[in-house]
Ligand binder design. Structure first.
Ligand SMILES: Nc1ncnc2c1ncn2[C@@H]1O[C@H](COP(=O)(O)OP(=O)(O)OP(=O)(O)O)[C@@H](O)[C@H]1O
Length: 342
């Protein structure tokens, strides 16, 4: 569907030049939902904007269904661009136009007849679940509804590819889920390929079948999420999973001693990085080492049989048994840190 080949982009300012994309190679298959992740400033937006030539790359090719977009004149490019829809974090709707007229805009610009516009917009509003809002103005809509309007507008020209630039970042978690569900439906029912940028693990987990990681303008990893997580070497992916800090609950924190003393038990933080499941870990601690424990906190993501995330365990075994458990964690390469004794 899309092949990005040796793509580079340098922003030149008066006294400085900044290489935002450095020799990116990425191919996206028909029907894929690909997520691009990376730290702030890594080049994600620049990459997605280069795909539809909103940003002109200095070098490289963007081959869209066999045509290199970088080689087209502006007229031919405009015609190919119709098959690439785009949605944005802040929706970019026209506040002076109704929902219907916002969705109709690309069709009006394409000189489609009024009757056809009526039919198409009605159909699109139905797809995004906003049939009853056709006459409303954007200001009267919720964030999720605004994004639905933007999605309907992006679908007006029956695109093959939909680019999403942090499309759910301004939405609450429940609305995010409903927009992701809509994007998944669009992908499956309308067979539209999706390329999205996100900084949210949940978005990748919910809908992406492939992930590309960008760092300082370079593509540093690509594959299924499972593959990338299993590789377990990429600090950006690790950062992406383990963003949450495990704070010790206040009451326990007050009892916590830094040094071991008789009668105290270790409070241990464990980091699961896909090499063991949460269930196996707990089973080993309890059934194999016979250590009674208290699970203080857990922030775990499940992906197939693997688990990712952090947990706080208060191990209440004998000193020798607790020590055996720590040796086991080390052997299984499970990062662990004793936060204190209580
Ligand atoms: N028009 C521009 N002129 C100069 N520098 C730019 C321009 N656009 C982007 N940059 C720089 O290129 C780098 C990559 O920017 P980009 O917006 O692609 O990053 P990003 O990964 O999308 O970041 P974020 O997650 O914060 O949106 C940044 O250092 C940015 O400052």
């Amino acid at each position: 569907m899309i092949e990005i080949k040796q793509l580079s982009k340098t922003f030149r300012q008066k006294h400085a030049a900044f290489r935002a994309l450095d020799n990116i190679n990425l191919s996206i298959d028909e029907g894929d939902i690909v997520g691009i992740i990376g730290s702030s400033g890594a080049g994600k937006s620049t990459l997605i904007r280069c795909v539809n030539l909103l940003e002109k790359p200095d070098e490289g090719q963007v081959i869209f269904r066999g045509t290199d977009l970088t080689k087209l004149n502006s007229r031919a490019l405009a015609s190919h661009r119709k098959k690439i829809g785009m949605i944005f974090q802040h929706f970019n709707l026209l506040s002076s136009r109704t929902v219907f007229d916002n969705v109709a805009l690309p069709l009006e610009l394409d000189h489609v007849s009024a009757a056809e516009i009526e039919k198409k917009v009605t159909e699109l509003l139905k797809i995004v679940g906003l049939e009853d809002k056709a006459a409303a103005y954007p200001n009267s809509l919720s964030g999720g509804q605004k994004q639905r309007v933007a999605i309907a507008r992006a679908l007006a020209n029956d695109p093959w590819l939909l680019l999403c630039d942090e499309a759910t970042s301004a939405l609450d978690p429940a609305t995010t889920q409903s927009i992701l569900q809509l994007l998944r439906d669009i992908n499956q029912r309308l067979k539209i390929t999706i390329l999205l940028i996100t900084h949210e693990m949940d978005v990748v987990k919910a809908i992406c079948n492939h992930v590309a990681v960008i760092d300082h303008g370079k593509l540093v990893a690509k594959g299924t999420l499972q593959q990338l997580l299993n590789e377990n070497t990429n600090p950006i992916i690790q950062q992406f999973i383990n963003t949450k800090v495990m704070t010790v609950p206040q009451e326990l924190h007050q009892q916590l001693r830094q040094e071991y003393a008789e009668g105290l038990s270790p409070l241990i933080e464990l980091e699961l990085a896909g090499n063991i499941s949460f269930d196996e870990l707990i089973d080993t601690v309890y059934n194999q080492f016979k250590i009674p424990y208290k699970l203080i906190k857990a922030d775990i993501e499940y992906l197939g049989k693997a688990s990712f995330g952090k947990l706080l365990l208060h191990l209440k075994g004998t000193v020798a048994d607790n020590e055996k458990a720590v040796q086991y964690f080390n052997k299984r390469k499970i990062k662990n840190a004793i936060k204190g004794y209580a």
